[in-house]
Design a protein around this ligand. Structure first.
Ligand code: ATP
Ligand code: MG
Length: 365
């Protein structure tokens, strides 16, 4: 289809909390760059409230309260409603309908093999009481992506199995019903540290659900306190001890945030991060000095985001209007794709004059 040549982005976040610096380096920062690149015809950014309910069914207020938090975080990072459609998943009911049809194209054992879902089930202690909705959320994610015929999905590394599942669904659908859907590609950050930023506690992933986050909206003082209390190399006890930079969150954060210019500005005795790492590895460099530097680097990046947030916080009804207008726009696109899907699936009875005519002829009318 000619239309599928368009460059289209779909991505999003669950409104289960405010967004943190893991979201920022893993996906948000890149979204804004892609938005500004001018290379994309359409950009859809979704607040995945229906998905958040799959493991928060008993806590709808949490999801409701966090819609505005995520929207404020988006806008404060530089997502621009004039260039990107910001919308709420539940306000586009076509997505639910598509998920229902995709369920026929996926097996239970295929879902059980999804490593991210497996890990999340463990983290949530669901054991044998996994909600069906949670178990099948990779299918609903396939609907979110394909409804907009997105070809590019900027996400963190944990989302790769979801994109693979989506690609399989697209192939099955197009095989069975004809070429309607577009196979998407994940776009993960080229910088390895950004693909899965660890928590301040040293846990492999900073995550809202684990409470180990530095939030984009944290005050400068909170950010400083969190950085100063960060987990580092547990064997680096005295300053003169050799230290380990591999998997050491303070250095992973520096990998994700610092540029050579930051050294000239805040730590001129080093040229770049390699020199700092070499000193730490050799011994003689204290954690406090490295953390103070990280704090300066991160405050510099976060300050403009906080300033923009304060502006949007003054006009909350406007933020809801942005989401409402975005949701209306998103629904139009999704409805168009759903109509094409239903025609391909032969469940478009009433707008098919030929069908009605041939049935009539069968009965000799
Ligand atoms: P939850 O614990 O509720 O699942 P989360 O912190 O994992 O929340 P999501 O809304 O599930 O956040 O993820 C949104 C996007 O941010 C996804 O693209 C995901 O890959 C990315 N992301 C989340 N956490 C990180 C992280 N620590 N490092 C890099 N990217 C991340
Ligand atoms: Mg998640």
């Amino acid at each position: 289809m000619a239309e599928s040549k368009k460059k289209i982005i779909l991505t999003g976040d669950r409104p289960t909390g405010k967004l943190h610096v893991g979201h920022y380096v893993g996906s948000l920062r890149q979204r804004v760059e892609l938005q500004e690149s001018g290379k994309f015809d359409e950009i859809y950014i979704m607040i995945a409230d229906a998905q958040a309910l799959t493991d928060n069914a008993d806590n709808p207020e949490k999801v409701r309260q966090n819609i505005i938090e995520v929207a404020l975080d988006y806008l404060s990072c530089g997502l621009d409603p004039a260039k990107s459609t910001l919308f709420i998943q539940s306000q586009v009911p076509e997505l639910t309908e598509m998920s229902f049809y995709y369920m026929n194209l996926v097996t239970v054992s295929r879902l059980q093999r999804n490593p991210t879902v497996k890990n999340e089930i463990k983290l949530r202690n669901f054991e044998t009481s996994i909600p069906v909705g949670f178990f099948t959320y990779p299918i609903s994610q396939a609907a979110d992506i394909t409804a907009f015929k997105a070809d590019t999905v900027p996400v963190g590394e944990d989302q790769l199995p979801m994109i693979e599942q989506t690609r399989e669904i697209v192939r099955s659908f197009n095989n069975v019903y004809g070429d309607v859907l577009v196979e998407p590609e994940a776009l993960i950050p080229s910088n390895e540290a950004c693909r899965r930023l660890p928590g301040i506690d040293g846990n492999a992933k900073m995550s809202k659900s684990l409470g180990n986050c530095i939030y984009l909206s944290d005050s400068p003082e909170d950010v400083r306190k969190k950085i100063m209390s960060m987990f580092t190399d547990p064997n680096h006890i005295r300053v003169q001890d050799p230290g380990n930079v591999e998997g050491n969150p303070v250095f992973v954060y520096l990998d994700a945030f610092c540029k050579d210019e930051h050294f000239a500005k805040y730590l001129p005795e080093y040229q770049n991060l390699d020199e700092l790492k070499a000193h730490y590895t050799r011994g003689g460099l204290g954690d406090v000095k490295v953390k103070k530097f990280l704090n300066q680097v991160m405050q510099e990046e976060l300050e403009p985001i906080r300033a923009r947030r304060r502006e949007y916080e003054k006009n909350i009804p406007k933020v809801y209007r942005i989401l409402q207008e975005g949701s209306i726009r998103a629904e139009k696109t999704a409805a168009k794709t759903l109509a094409e899907m239903k025609a391909a699936m032969k469940i478009n009875y009433f707008d098919d004059a030929e069908l009605i005519q041939s049935q009539a002829e069968k009965y000799g009318v």
